[in-house]
Design a protein around this ligand. Sequence first.
Ligand code: DMJ
Length: 454
Amino acid sequence: MLHGWTNYKRYAWGKDELVPSQKHGKDWMGLGATIVDSLDTLYIMGLNEEYQVARDWIANELDFDKTKLKHISTFETTIRSLGGMLSAYALTGDQMYIHRSKDLGDRLLKAFKGGPIPMGTVDLKTGDARPIGWAAGKAILSEIGTLQMEFFYLAKVAEDPKYSEKVLQIFDLLDDQDKPNGLYSIYVNVHDGKLKHGRVTLGALGDSYYEYLMKMWVLTNKKIPKYARMYNEAIDAVDEHMIARDNEGNMYIAELRSPKVLGKDPKMDHLVCFAAGMYALGAHHGIEESSSARQLHREQGEEITKTCYMGYHKMATGIAPEIMDFSSSLKERSGAKHYLLRPETVESIFILWRITGDEKYREWGWEIFQNIERYCRHPDGYMGLRDVTNTESPPDPVQQSFFFAETLKYLYLLFAPTNVISLDEWVFNTEAHPLPVITEPFTMWSQYHPANVD
Ligand code: DMJ
């Protein structure tokens, strides 16, 4: 942590991310993404001086009027900036974070622009909101379905229901949509929330919607049955139509080209590896109705974690590619051999370790950590790889902010005592920022949440 952080501080302070090979910073939001993403990790690791410097930058320097691009991602800003500051508040009780989160939350809410679906981008200074350029006017399932934990928690701690009303209604709207075979496609009509039938995946553009259905149920202390029902319906359809095995028996979650035709594309993004932990964590909390479904999901969590670990273990560098291909047996998909310092496999390894206590998970995590040290550590920070099958691979240049928020945090927690951020008391947002389970009686927070009915 200190190696990456110190170099970020030296060469890129205040920028979103460090490019170690250039000894220079790079902005894509212009909101000091590495600082907000690192706050809670520094605090949890006990790096108090470093934490204080980061905290003071948020208090005194972070300027929401001065983003790099005029229009920045509603989703990324929510999961990284809002999530990072709210988690730092939850861990420290420092009111400064509430003040800054309310300011950011007010600006992000402008993304709604009067309709039920938020625009993908928003100008934090003027409030002008627009759909994402490349998505041709469509909204994205994972983006509109991954705002709820942060804004619900903000509503509760700021004691203002305006923050949660709109984001929680998105789940209701998605619940009402026609879903062939129970499956969600990844694109949504930006005007009315109707699913545009096309690709179905738990990877890019789909992933954290499923995660937030389960985690909203846990965050709200299992008091909102609707979230459990929606999660179980979504996951039952995934189990029926997308779970697959390659010819060596590795279990994976395939993609579908359409929710109607059901043709499987035998690939799995590195991103999908989060789902192994999601299955196991949902089962750990008892989200399924039957014990047989809990057992099945725990086993699927174990099996998919193993597949994701094998995605690392089989490569020459011991690092997994961006996309795994299972058309025969597990290998890298051509054109997607790179590694971006992503966290999803160590995330699932950490969750499975906490749930099962099986030492093999620590061994797998340690092996991955050593290979990151061997192939991704450079004198001026950490970089990904362009080709995980080549031990002489050129680097992928960026020291990603989620490397601090997620990859290093999950690796650290894998070896920390199990009561440090207990899975029964905390829920990690999709960027690994922990928020506390709301344990007060429902009546005390019901005003920040629509009625507890299904
Ligand atoms: C992170 O920003 C989050 O985990 C997000 O949900 C998906 N991908 C990246 C890390 O890979």
